[in-house]
Design a protein around this ligand. Sequence first.
Ligand SMILES: Nc1nc2c(ncn2[C@@H]2O[C@H](COP(=O)(O)OP(=O)(O)OP(=O)(O)O)[C@@H](O)[C@H]2O)c(=O)[nH]1
Ligand SMILES: [Mg+2]
Length: 331
Amino acid sequence: MHLKRYRMPTVQEALARVRAELGPQALVLSTRMVPRRGPAGWFGGREVEITAAADRPHVSENRPADGARPAPRPVDHEIVARLVAAGLDADLARQVLAAVPRAARRAASVPTLRCALAQCLAGTAAGGDDFAPIEVFVGPPGAGKTTTIAKIAAQERALHGRRLGLVSADGYRVGAVEQLRLYADIVGTSFRVVRRPSEMEQVFATPSAVPVLVDTAGRSAGGRAARAIFDLLSGRREVRTHLVVPAASKPADLDRVLEGFGQARPDRVVLTRLDECDSPVPLLTALRERHLSVSYLGTGQRVPEDLARATPPVLAACMLGEELAAAGDLA
Ligand SMILES: Nc1nc2c(ncn2[C@@H]2O[C@H](COP(=O)(O)OP(=O)(O)OP(=O)(O)O)[C@@H](O)[C@H]2O)c(=O)[nH]1
Ligand SMILES: [Mg+2]
């Protein structure tokens, strides 16, 4: 078997090289984003690295050994190969192909594929939903819960002038309450601390005119009181619960986290640290298999810029490895 690694600025260029050198039957074994070589890499430049295999080095189709013109490579196969090279599983790649109009398949552009993929992700991308009266954020320690809440509150204020209420139910970690209080002060919104289930009951008893975002403790920091607050929140009609997980988590990590937070009954998933992740596709594939939908994507530490609502086009762009516009929602 002939094995070769290619580095190019885009997936398309890398695939074109693979096909030219190893032939149309070449198998793409892995695709990942890697730092570029040299100074461009030191300043954060990245490129695609594809590892591909073929039975033997390819004789170029332009110079066939027997002089016969080779059969044209089927366009459909090429589209599926491009999507699989971007990390999509073959099933989803075929669904995307089916969503591309036949007339647009020859030389299908990235926007065409993004649009078709977006149609297939309608059930996974929940970023277009309205707020529930109470939005709760749970997840492992350090996953990005408090930062995500701060970004949402600040974006809502900047875009719609609306001040969402903030509640900290994280009285366990030193400084946690102060962290959210500071963001509430900056955004100019109401802030409340809940340490006991009875105080959470008061939040329900005094309905707010605006949606309320509730921050919780990373689970390992939570004791009996934290579990009692989860019990109180879960299953209520006015509550929507988001599980916050880093995008680089492996599917096995996701299952552990889902088991650990089963009591909170999460309805949505927030993916954070996309900026630190080679590809979110494995985790997104695992979420699709588990019929979970994504609400937000955290793309960095900046508040409020580095957060995007996970709408179908945004999630599709993310799966195809396109740069998400910083603060796309703020534009
Ligand atoms: N690079 C990057 N860092 C992030 C992102 N979201 C959050 N962070 C950083 O991750 C660290 C932890 O974020 P927090 O929001 O405090 O995490 P948390 O889940 O509230 O943590 P606990 O309350 O301790 O459980 C902070 O330094 C954040 O700036 C992201 O999308 N990308
Ligand atoms: Mg926190």
